[in-house]
Design a protein around this ligand. Structure first.
Ligand code: SF4
Length: 716
């Protein structure tokens, strides 16, 4: 453990440094442990991601660790309809291995799928990926990052040649223009938002903040320019901004000529996006589009930040390309304060991408379709040449669709709650009922998903195990084990290793420490874009967090990528991609006249399995609130505080509403945290649709058509 200087009431003997297990900001925490329990959490001033700041979710971590619904013992259901029974670990894992073997023998390895989580540690991700691909023999290893960041990963890879956000949090302190798209940073990445606000308040006349969002949020409150566009029209806006920059001579023509390809093809399309057309497609005024473009184009250093509002779209990958096009055209990449910078939702979604946590990836950002990459990984894992399957596996939604169609027979779910977080929950529940084998490895029970389990495996959670996570800015932080897990719960890496032994793969999965597992993975990244072969647990503990690439033990880490304007494409140039506006998959019509957009609130995390148990957080935001525009409310006969039934083509929700002008007319908003366990009609994913981006396979969670009906008036 790295010693820390402490000040004030910080007691150096009792406070340990680690990282927050919630969002992708990846804040460093100081955690007080007394009598084997976490008693207090505060921000770590020495951690570069947050410099001491934290948000309420982290402060209220202690009460959620030892709740009565922690899963403490393995359980199995010997047949469908039977009750879950407590069994010893050996029996649970033997039962799982026997059932897996039967299914693989009868239907082949692709009848098995693994669905993991951006909250796993890097070592756990790596073991899961290795187990599924190299030993079970399937690429059906996907994660809930598919719902979150897949479009950003695909966007970087298509435009820049590789995944990997080029910028850093440090760039926030250096930028003079912020373009925030589809991100309510104030609620979803509060500490990053504080840093943006600090920068703005330091130089209010020199720093421009532009927020692109159909809702007026606390983030928009900071904005010089709030672009309240029609949901889904981001590409039209970005193309029109690029049109203005081109017409006004604000492009970096030298950068374009020397470091990119494809400008002429894109220019031909951009010509068709004058700001007037942009205005017609986005619902914004021509003037506001021109102003936004000029502020971006005249900035010394422009930083674009975005999250789910961009990624959760059937054209999410194209939206990412449109943002990157803007940066390439103006040379705003690879230099201080500038760059495209996607904000990761989960604490280790980045680690998942690095270890092969998406169905088309192998560790080290390698593609399963690349023969040389497969050969390198096969050598590393000491498995026969040709063993690794070459076609991408099923993405998140495809796993559940496959289960519903009997094409997939078994699913192993780790550290996530798809029966609450996936779109179109009826389909997900049907899939889990239909499956021959559902294994769920979780810290809590019951959740919406664990009630479908045939095998329940109790997992340790933060900070009951040790390992590494990578935050949004490519920064690796070591998280030590600080307390023991309850009951018989085990770290996920230990569970996977023991299962591998039951399957007869002991040699490939020795009972290694997490430090040894990390070393095995880190050496496999050597020579890749996300090279962190120079990192080890010992180094992270001694020197603190570091940003990849870190190709040697004495390498200091890398603040930003592409400072030499050389990109990991075959010709070293970044690519302009032609992208066009496309309407959302479901447009409003007479039966469903509004667009519903879903998202997070500041006090909750994902499906409430943790934040819902914090009395402080739960009492601050106890119920989902539907936000409705004044005009839409008037037309539907709804008043502020009424209980409203929201209906889409897939289901219904009932929620109390807040009527205001803060949300764009024609649009309403509902947070997605509440699953059916909280109340069947509270779940936003009763309404959402499973349509998705054809490249990233990320579902369009941000737009579906709904109608509203008042079911009860406000209780006064
Ligand atoms: Fe944790 Fe994110 Fe809050 Fe930081 S901003 S304390 S990482 S939830």
């Amino acid at each position: 453990m790295r010693p820390r200087d402490a000040s004030g009431d910080v007691d150096t003997a009792a406070w340990r440094s680690t990282m927050c297990p919630y969002c992708g900001v990846g804040c460093g925490l100081l955690v007080q442990v007394r009598d084997g329990r976490v008693t207090k959490v505060r921000g770590d001033p020495a951690h570069p991601a947050n410099l001491g700041d934290i948000c309420a979710k982290a402060v209220h971590l202690p009460p959620i660790l030892g709740t009565a619904d922690r899963l403490r013992h393995p359980q199995i259901r010997v047949r469908r309809g039977a009750e879950l029974e407590r069994v010893p670990w050996e029996l649970a894992l033997r039962f799982t291995a026997d059932r897996m073997r039967e299914i693989i023998t009868a239907h082949g390895p692709d009848a098995v799928a693994f669905y993991a989580s951006g909250q796993l540690l890097t070592e756990e991700y790596y073991l899961g990926s290795k187990l599924a691909r190299g030993f079970v023999g399937t690429n059906n290893f996907d994660t809930n990052s598919r719902l979150c960041m897949a479009s950003a990963a695909a966007g970087y890879a298509r435009s820049l040649g590789s995944d990997g956000p080029p910028a850093s949090y440090q760039d926030i302190d250096l930028a003079d223009c912020f373009l925030l798209l589809g991100t309510n940073t104030a609620d979803c990445h509060p500490v990053t938002f504080k840093r943006i606000r600090r920068r703005k308040l330091q130089a209010p006349d020199d720093v421009t903040v532009m927020v692109v969002d159909p809702r007026w949020t606390e983030t928009a409150d900071l904005a010089d320019l709030h672009l309240s566009l029609r949901p889904g029209s981001d590409i039209a806006l970005l193309n029109a901004m690029l049109h203005v920059l081109w017409r006004e001579g604000l492009l970096d023509t030298r950068f374009v000529a020397e470091h990119t390809t494809g400008w002429e093809g894109l220019r031909a399309v951009i010509e068709r996006y004058p700001p007037e057309r942009g205005a017609a497609l986005t619902g914004l005024s021509r003037e506001v589009i021109v102003t936004a473009a000029l502020r971006f184009g005249r900035a010394r250093a422009a930083l674009s930040l975005w999250s789910m509002g961009i990624n959760q779209s059937h054209v999410g990958t194209d939206k990412n390309a449109a943002i990157i096009n803007l940066h390439l055209a103006t040379g705003q990449i690879g230099r201080p304060g500038a760059g495209p910078f996607s904000l990761t939702g989960q604490p280790n979604a980045m680690g998942g991408r690095e270890t092969g946590g998406l169905a088309h990836l192998l560790p080290g950002y390698r593609l399963v379709s690349d023969a040389a990459a497969r050969a390198a990984v096969e050598r590393h894992w000491a498995i026969p040449a040709g063993r690794l399957p070459s076609t991408p596996g099923r993405s998140a939604l495809e796993i559940f669709e496959g289960l519903a169609r009997d094409e997939v027979r078994a699913v192993w779910i780790m550290c996530t709650n798809p029966a609450a977080s996936m779109p179109d929950l009826d389909l997900v529940e049907k899939a889990l009922r239909q499956a021959e084998l559902v294994v769920v490895q979780d810290a809590y029970h019951p959740t919406e998903t664990t009630r479908f389990a045939d095998v329940l495996l109790p997992a340790a959670q933060w900070p009951e195990k040790d390992g590494v996570m990578t935050n949004s800015e490519r920064r690796l932080t070591y998280l030590p084990k600080l307390v023991d897990p309850p009951g018989e719960a085990l770290p996920d890496a230990v569970i996977l290793t023991r299962f591998a032994h039951e399957m007869g793969w002991k040699e490939a999965f020795p009972c290694a420490s997490t430090a040894e597992i990390f070393d095995e993975f880190a050496s496999l990244t050597a020579g890749t874009v996300c090279d962190y072969s120079g990192v080890s647990h010992v180094r992270l503990q001694a020197d603190g967090p570091v940003q990849w690439p870190v190709p040697a033990p004495d390498h200091p880490g890398t603040t930003r990528l592409y400072t030499d304007a050389v990109f990991p494409t075959p010709d070293g140039r970044a690519r302009f991609l032609v992208v066009e506006h496309a309407e959302p998959l479901e447009s409003p019509d007479a039966s469903f006249p509004l667009v519903l957009t879903t998202g997070r609130v500041r006090d909750h995390w994902h499906t409430l399995t943790r934040t819902g148990k914090s009395p402080a957080l739960a009492s601050r935001t106890p119920e989902p609130i539907l936000e409705v525009n004044l005009g839409d409310a008037r037309r539907a006969g709804i008043q502020d505080g009424d209980f409203v039934e929201v209906t889409s083509r897939r289901g219904k929700v009932v929620a109390q509403c807040r009527v205001s002008a803060a949300i764009r007319e024609g649009t309403c908003f509902l947070p997605f945290h509440w699953g059916r366990q909280a109340g069947f009609y509270k779940s936003a994913n009763n309404l959402t649709l499973s349509g998705r981006d054809p490249v990233s396979h990320q579902p369009e969670l941000k737009a579906c058509a709904v109608r509203l009906r008042r079911v009860a008036e406000a209780i006064t």
